[in-house]
Design a binder for this molecule. Structure first.
Ligand SMILES: Cc1ncc(COP(=O)(O)O)c(C=O)c1O
Length: 482
């Protein structure tokens, strides 16, 4: 993709695929978008998809499948136990990662449940580059505590650091020395760090973390859900790896880890998840949780059709021309925003384009949920559904006070091969308009607040009539346009 030059300059990311199945989209008038946002309790998770023009909530389970994935689904071996589909998927995982044992789970968080249930003891600390929402929830439910030991640059939103997802190895050693290795459950590294803007770690950093784990006799658990972007960035940005193939990088990553788990809604571009390891003891310790919570050991809650699609999706992940589509579209979108002065996270990462709400709506306080308010305003202005990744996505402390997020981001996820470049240009145009009118955006407050993972189904209301004012400004500027 990046190697294709245009004669008249103006390089744009070129799709290396063609579209053969399409879904009609619906763009509602702005006044109706205000109504739909109210019905959804100002939470973009609660919008109905029929009311959304571009669904940029997530890339989870909504990437476009390839013809080969669809074809593979037809040859699924539908049996409760001993399915050939399981054997094919296990063999593909072993071929790519060199790990023999595969425990299937129905999705990524189910793998987190199994690992946390087995290896997090009350009072233990789990150091990691950064938490993911479901990861933290499973660790805390089991009595553990997450400690983030990211490099200082990780929280610099406008950085040029190529690997903001790295662990600070000095902080890691200090943390283990302070608490004692016996009080550390395991060390967790997340590929393509979701909550800090899809930022990758380097292979070198992972190797250093492995060495520290060896020194202290600790297990290294790797969350590979966003591995496909991380593989791309290692190849593109890490000098020592430029002559390695994607396959070689994946093997080298796996060599550093005791356990790898993944959401196959992301890695493998289908729907499911799993855990792999080379350690028979770990396999034996974890497998009873699979039969207890997930399903029999040869399907783990997944449909065999999806398992076939995952096996093909993993193979396609080894193709740089396939995996660079997401990062290249994200880079394009980020650069278009930068040209218009819209504050975005840099360098562009994987997963999606991330807007810095703290700067976009700098007149709002963190307890007014600036990223949640901005996500609602983006839907009103454009019909684009993004996701709040800020304080709303945190859990309150035990005393009821807010945990203010390190960053207030709105993530515009880039489901792979789903949107065209003109749709991305549309989203940039509407959001750039919103930026010009940002003073109209007001705050939100909870009216219904679940205790756990409140961002999924909590309901909020605006602190004043700002949504109506925003719609009026839209009408003035766009006339009768949708
Ligand atoms: C880094 C990371 N870990 C775990 C998960 C959880 O996976 P799932 O949604 O399949 O449960 C996700 C999902 O987005 C993720 O991004």
């Amino acid at each position: 993709m990046t190697n294709i030059k245009f004669f008249y300059g103006n390089e744009v990311p070129l799709e290396m695929h063609k579209v053969r199945i399409v879904q009609k989209l619906n763009l509602l008038p702005v006044e109706e978008r205000v109504e739909k946002m109210k019905e959804a309790g100002f939470n973009t998770f609660l919008l109905q998809n029929r009311d959304v023009f571009m669904d940029m909530l997530t890339d989870s389970g909504v990437n476009a499948m390839s013809d080969k994935q669809q074809a593979a689904m037809l040859q699924a071996d539908d049996s409760y136990a001993g399915s050939e589909t399981f054997n094919r998927l296990r063999a593909k995982l072993e071929e790519i990662f060199g790990m023999k044992y595969f425990l299937p789970t129905h999705q990524g968080r189910a793998a987190e449940n199994v690992i946390a249930s087995a290896y997090v003891k009350k009072g233990q600390i789990i150091p990691m580059n950064y938490h993911f929402t479901t990861t933290k929830a499973h660790i805390t439910v089991n009595g553990g505590k997450v400690e983030e030991i990211f490099i200082d640059e990780a929280l610099n939103l406008t950085s040029t650091h190529p690997f903001k997802g790295n662990i600070d190895t000095e902080k890691l050693k200090k943390l283990i020395d302070t608490h004692g290795a016996e009080n550390i459950g395991y060390v967790r590294m997340e590929a393509g760090t979701n909550l800090i803007g899809g930022q990758p770690h380097s292979l070198e950093n992972l190797q250093e973390v492995r060495n520290i784990c060896d020194q202290y006799g600790l297990m290294l658990v790797y969350d590979a859900s966003l591995l496909q972007d991380n593989l791309h960035f290692i190849k593109e940005r890490e000098t020592a790896c430029q002559n390695m193939s994607i396959r070689e990088i994946a093997k080298e990553i796996a060599k550093q880890c005791d356990i790898i788990y993944f959401s196959a809604r992301k890695l493998g571009a289908a729907r499911g998840g799993g855990i792999i390891t080379n350690d028979k003891n770990i396999y034996m310790e974890l497998r009873e949780y699979i039969t207890l919570y997930e399903g029999f050991l040869t399907y783990g809650g997944m449909s065999v059709r999806e398992m076939e699609a995952i096996a093909v999706g993993l193979e396609e992940t080894m193709d740089e021309e396939v995996i660079n589509q997401g990062p290249n579209f994200i880079k394009y979108m980020t650069e278009q925003f930068q040209k218009k002065g819209v504050p975005v996270v840099t360098p562009p990462g994987g997963l999606g384009c991330h807007i810095n709400a703290m700067e976009f709506v700098d007149h709002l306080k963190q307890n007014e949920y600036p990223a949640g308010a901005l996500a609602a305003a983006i839907y009103i202005a454009s019909g684009v559904r993004g996701m709040e990744r800020g304080t709303m996505s945190e859990q309150r402390n035990e005393d009821g006070t807010e945990t203010f997020a390190h960053m207030e981001l709105v993530r515009l996820a880039m489901p792979r091969r789903v949107f065209t470049l003109s749709q991305i240009n549309y989203a940039v145009d509407r959001i750039a308009w919103l930026y010009e009118n940002r003073h109209l955006i007001g705050g939100l407050r909870f009216v219904e607040e679940p205790k756990v993972l409140r961002f999924f189904f909590g309901r909020l209301e605006p602190t004043c009539d700002w949504p109506e004012k925003l719609a009026e400004a839209f009408r003035r500027d766009f006339g009768d346009s949708l």
